[in-house]
Design a protein around this ligand. Sequence first.
Ligand SMILES: *[C@@H]1O[C@H](CO)[C@@H](O)[C@H](O)[C@H]1NC(C)=O
Ligand SMILES: *[C@@H]1O[C@H](CO)[C@@H](O)[C@H](O)[C@H]1NC(C)=O
Ligand SMILES: *[C@@H]1O[C@H](CO)[C@@H](O)[C@H](O)[C@H]1NC(C)=O
Ligand SMILES: *[C@@H]1O[C@H](CO)[C@@H](O)[C@H](O)[C@H]1NC(C)=O
Length: 363
Amino acid sequence: MKVMCWIRNLKYQIALLVLLSLCSCSTALHLKPASHMIHESTRKQQQQIAPPSPVELPSRPTNQPIVGSFISKIDVNHLAIWLKNLTLFPDRYYQSQNGVRAAQWIENAIQSLPVPSDAKLTTKLVHHRDILQPSVIARYESKIPTTLKGIVITGSHFDTYAKNSPQGVGGPNPAADDCASGSAAVFEALRVLTTNGFIPGRPIEFHWYAGEEEGLYGSLDIANTYAAKGIEVLSYLNLDQSGYVKPGTRPEVGIYTDYTTSAATKFLSSIVSTYSGLPQVGSQVCGYACTDNASWFLAGYNTAMAFESQDGNSFPHNDEVHSDGSPLDTLNLINMTHVSAFAKITTGFVVELSLTNTSSKEK
Ligand SMILES: *[C@@H]1O[C@H](CO)[C@@H](O)[C@H](O)[C@H]1NC(C)=O
Ligand SMILES: *[C@@H]1O[C@H](CO)[C@@H](O)[C@H](O)[C@H]1NC(C)=O
Ligand SMILES: *[C@@H]1O[C@H](CO)[C@@H](O)[C@H](O)[C@H]1NC(C)=O
Ligand SMILES: *[C@@H]1O[C@H](CO)[C@@H](O)[C@H](O)[C@H]1NC(C)=O
């Protein structure tokens, strides 16, 4: 997510604006058709999508001893090495071979994780129409049958933006904060769970999206595919920038409330209070579909979004050195402890929803 993405994702914004001017949409329900319009405008058309019914979410955590035991295993050093490794690709642009290699590297990292014998970890690269870079999906599930329905998903994008080259080959960009940081927090959550023997109730999916910067390519494709297949998702948790603490400001978690559902946002808020050790600032808004949580929201799913700060304190620019002297998005500006707080939030969110015994509101 960037300050610039309004301009960058112009096609996407236009679709949204057209939609908003056609109807005065104020609820999630009314916004649903946006997924069709946006999808049709950004890619070739796909068939009409019937989003699954909303699912009831718990209002607060109920598995604190279990979650706490995994959160205590989150390892800042491991997370920092993984994050750094991801920034070593010269770029992770959606139309470059480096962007493809980064996806393969993430998949290999997942495949090298130890997995308990009662669980199964599978990965796949998801290829998208029109772009070179695939998204990466890891699915972690129990081998023991369960009556719990649906799945839980968390994700972040791992691609990078390249100035002046929306269709070009990309340019150097470590994109440490945007979004190696969110990618690393998602990976660390997966790592502590498989490495320390967590057996999911519901399956948990961990997603790393391609092509976010240029129009949410990966997440739109995947969210719309899941909706078209009627896959029941309790909630999606999006991470974007997760590692910058503006000098002189209080470290905190920003909770976004547009393009998210209130049940998921309320639940996320209680997860942040219980597990992150950081204060939170609610009611943050982007004003447009600026990151991957929007894809899941527009496809009709519960979504929530945790961000590195309140809006005004996030990383100033990330693609280049600007004329105002703002820095490139490099590793040295990342606060690894801050990123690990987002790994805690992600772990809490997915473990709680994997285990909670809630019944879905059937159609
Ligand atoms: C990071 O890269 C180094 C050097 O290639 C490698 O030895 C290490 O295993 C990698 N670590 C992780 C966590 O990916
Ligand atoms: C998603 O991200 C955007 C960008 O941060 C934010 O404004 C919005 O509130 C978040 N929620 C969703 C579901 O899009
Ligand atoms: C890094 O982040 C942690 C957790 O948010 C915070 O406690 C610490 O003060 C931050 N350090 C700096 C230098 O901002
Ligand atoms: C969930 O709750 C129902 C009703 O209380 C119960 O019958 C079922 O066994 C529970 N499922 C699990 C996996 O705990």
